[in-house]
Write a protein that binds this ligand. Structure first.
Ligand code: ADP
Ligand code: MG
Length: 259
């Protein structure tokens, strides 16, 4: 407000605003300034690995994919208030991390707090806390985030110590705060992540109870981009270039379901 009031006063004099109009304009400016500062802080603490957004996501790459349920998460914060989860599955390069960042960014823009973790880093952090007898404290500190993104859960290597902290986090947040989990493997292969079958069932059960499950199926976007680059190079190097047909994209109609 301090930096803006003189400009506003000048405008008020020129346009003959009433005192009430001037006061309103000052207050609006201050609210906007505070909001943009808060947004900057929240985006900073979210530590999203990339500035990827929904606007830069090419939905047409995912054939027959219905983006509506996912878009709903970015437009309406109801799922965060209800502590619901979002689980994204799909092979490497289909855009899981991109979409996870985009959803997290959108929730921050809605005024919520989010934090992104690579699953392996999160597990190391929690293990460290456990060794220091500080796990309950650390889990409680993470409660300040309305949304935690756990990216690439399948990369966590199975060992009693590692996966029990992950389970403790899932159990701690169940029906209290939201999780967005991405994974390469379907649930049927999660017994390679958690220590034993009972823990796997208990973790999956809690995650899916209130969750949007998103299945992404397509060829790797990275691979497609690399193929396109090499085709362009070939074409420019020789007039007799041979362009290979791109792999067919599996049709996927029922890609999102609510639990
Ligand atoms: P995953 O996490 O599934 O392995 P990423 O989200 O890391 O895949 O995507 C790999 C790269 O391809 C990233 O740079 C991402 O922005 C890009 N990408 C993937 N899918 C799309 C898409 N449909 N539209 C635009 N960019 C995409
Ligand atoms: Mg990824």
């Amino acid at each position: 407000m301090l930096t803006q009031w003189e400009t506003l006063e000048h405008q008020a004099m020129q346009e003959q605003w009433s005192y009430a109009q001037f006061l309103l304009a000052l207050c609006e400016t201050e609210v906007e300034r505070r909001w943009s500062q808060r947004l900057k802080r929240s985006l900073n603490e979210a530590q999203l690995p990339s500035a990827k957004t929904l606007a830069t996501f090419d939905w047409s790459h995912l054939k027959d994919f219905n983006p509506a349920p996912l878009m709903q998460l970015t437009a309406d914060s109801g799922w965060l208030k209800r502590a619901e989860n979002c689980l994204m599955f799909g092979p490497s390069g289909v855009g899981k991390t991109h979409l996870a960042c985009a959803v997290a960014r959108a929730t921050v823009e809605l005024g919520y707090r989010a934090k992104f973790f690579a699953a392996t880093t999160l597990v190391q952090t929690l293990q460290h806390a456990k060794r220091q007898l500080l796990l309950p404290n650390t889990l409680k500190k993470l409660d300040r985030y309305d949304l935690l993104v756990i990216d690439d859960l399948g990369y966590v290597k199975k060992s009693e110590a590692e996966t029990s902290v992950l389970f403790e986090l899932i159990a701690h947040r169940y029906e209290r705060k939201s999780l967005l989990v991405t994974a390469n493997q379907p649930f049927s292969q999660w017994n390679t992540i958690f220590a034993d079958d009972m823990m796997t069932v208990a973790a999956v059960d809690r995650l899916v109870h209130h969750a949007l499950i998103v299945q992404l199926q397509a060829e790797s976007y990275r691979k497609r981009s690399a193929d396109q680059r090499s085709q362009t190079q070939d074409a420019s190097q020789t007039t007799h270039s041979q362009v290979g047909a791109s792999a067919p994209v599996p049709a996927e109609t029922d890609n999102c379901r609510d639990n």
